[in-house]
Design a protein around this ligand. Sequence first.
Ligand code: ADP
Ligand code: MG
Length: 396
Amino acid sequence: MENKKSLLILSSSAAIIACISFPIKVGNGILFDLRLVAQIFGSLYGGPIAALVLALVNILYRSLFDGIGVINTLVVAPIHLIGLLFVRRWFLQRSIKQKVFYSFLIGIFSTIITLAAVRWVSGIGIPIKLALQYALIQSIVLCLIIYVVEVIQKLWNVQNKIFQAQKMETVSQLAASISHEVRNPLTSVKGFMQLLQETALNDNQKNYLDISLSELDKAVKVIEDYLAFANPNPMDGIEALNVEEEIQRITQVLHPLANKSSIRMEVETSTIHIMGNQQYFSQCLVNICKNAIEAMEEHSSGILVIKTIKQKQEAVISISDTGIGMSKEEVSRLGEPYYSTKGKNGTGLGMMFVYNCIKEMGGSIQVESEKGNGTKFVIRLPILYPAKLEKTDQAS
Ligand code: ADP
Ligand code: MG
């Protein structure tokens, strides 16, 4: 992410420098160039720092040359900087079509500002035909660049999604093959062992058989758990759940783990009902909290805060830790199958399960994290209304 921004700043700066170095002479000593296209594009997509750097590059590099354009740039570049910082957030949230349309308008505005500044600074009036040509060329070039960049970005996102889906498929296939290849033989082994139990055996043999059977049960449980991780179907067996009860239940499970690392748990909940599969939902919460505890293991006196509130039509569950935190790139990889930074201690399946589950439950997850400063997961789920709650009670 940071690399991408640096690259954007560098390439836009290079474009500004190239434009200033090789302007187009249009007679009467008037010089035209397209450096503002680079400044506008870089500022919109690069953010405040990029915008500031590009405005400075524009002003400083132009000041190396003579001419009235130096003062003109001193006026025009800061106006663009401020204006673009104002509109960039709004602009970036538009659809591709809207972006192309608004970038055309920005190009026209930019031309008007530039020509007004030329007139104000030097008193030179640009002929209307020339002004129109400049406005059109600048706006169309800006539109085209933004269109191409947006389309490439969209293609890249789609490709990324396909890649993720393929990875998911591999996980599911693996799960399915484990199910067939391993679970079935285990079941027949168990059957034969049970038959053996019925034959005449001495105490020692009976004991060995009991241990083998219980170990076999454990193995089956591990495989079933893995299946649940890899291929969750959280809408199987859904019921009305009280978020408060679920959180109390999981905090009991997590207490020993938190105590071991001297982590304090603060829990603030109230009764909110949602619909979901109880086992899957509590597994989601456990996975998030376990990661939070693991992120605080190295820190002394970590705090895990779990809060729930009812907001409009949603149950909002926030789980925050004071652990190692994540960079933006790490946050964007959460939920990817096998993505883990814990080496042999991690599976990289926990968050994948969480994301799948919450998505299937009609909810969303938002992550705020800062390297070294902790992480906050905010889960939003649709609440169950009292009327519906009564119905589900009657049904069960
Ligand atoms: P695992 O815990 O097995 O590594 P997960 O899917 O549970 O796999 O998590 C994936 C990765 O996300 C972790 O390895 C860790 O790098 C990161 N992560 C998840 N939650 C947190 C958190 N609260 N703080 C810091 N990093 C986290
Ligand atoms: Mg985990």
